[in-house]
Design a protein around this ligand. Structure first.
Ligand SMILES: O=C(O)CCC(=O)C(=O)O
Length: 202
């Protein structure tokens, strides 16, 4: 696995608690996307530590009456388990809690090993129903396009997520929009996404 080094990628992991580079994109009056490029310093260090320390699995998904392996590896952490795998994951969580006013109680990890790995169009509707959940994704490793489209189809928006970028989906995004990380012929290196979710109990 070759991961191209990132500028400041081997700095000590730290987040920008001021969110200085944040831009809010209003998609349709009720859905917004916040993109903060380079929000996490030390993205390469975090990538390597996640590869080493998490318990990665290739889950299966039912499709066409068969169980097929998902085209990516996944891992999961919940506040109920305690013992966060990397201290910076807690720093990220607290910075997001303060900024967005919700308590992020779980973290999902996706490891796209090459451009052949992907996640198909979907909205995040797992877990207890939360009206208008805020979902935050930190990207480390090779840059990949992250796409959003109105639920069921329509003109899509693409955010190029580089190493250390933060993308937050809010408003009606999980009701009215879908997102995907499509396969990419141009992307050869690996990427890990770190996705913070809340269950609405706090
Ligand atoms: O990898 C990403 O940026 C997206 C992850 C995602 O959509 C998910 O885990 O539901």
């Amino acid at each position: 696995m070759y991961r191209q080094p990132t500028l400041f990628g081997d700095a000590p992991p730290a987040v920008d608690t001021e969110f200085a580079g944040l831009t809010r994109h209003d998609l349709d009056g009720s859905t917004w996307i916040d993109h903060t490029p380079g929000w996490l310093d030390g993205a390469d260090t975090v990538f390597d530590q996640l590869v080493d320390r998490l318990d990665w699995r290739q889950r299966e998904v039912a499709m066409y009456g068969r169980l097929l392996p998902e085209p990516r590896l996944s891992s999961w952490w919940s506040a109920r388990h305690g013992g966060i795998p990397l201290p910076v994951l807690d720093d990220i969580r607290h910075a997001l809690d303060r900024r967005y006013g919700v308590w992020f109680s779980s973290i999902g990890f996706n490891w796209y090993r090459t451009g052949d790995d992907s996640v198909a169009w979907h909205a995040d509707t797992r877990g207890p129903p939360v009206p208008n959940p805020t979902i935050a994704i930190v990207s480390v490793g090779t840059p990949r396009p992250f796409r959003l489209r109105p639920r069921g189809g329509g003109r899509s928006h693409t955010f190029e997520l580089g190493a250390g970028d933060l993308l937050v989906m809010g408003g009606a995004c999980q009701h009215d929009w879908e997102h995907a990380v499509p396969k990419s012929r141009h992307c050869r290196g690996p990427r890990i996404s770190i996705t913070y979710r809340h269950d609405g109990n706090h």
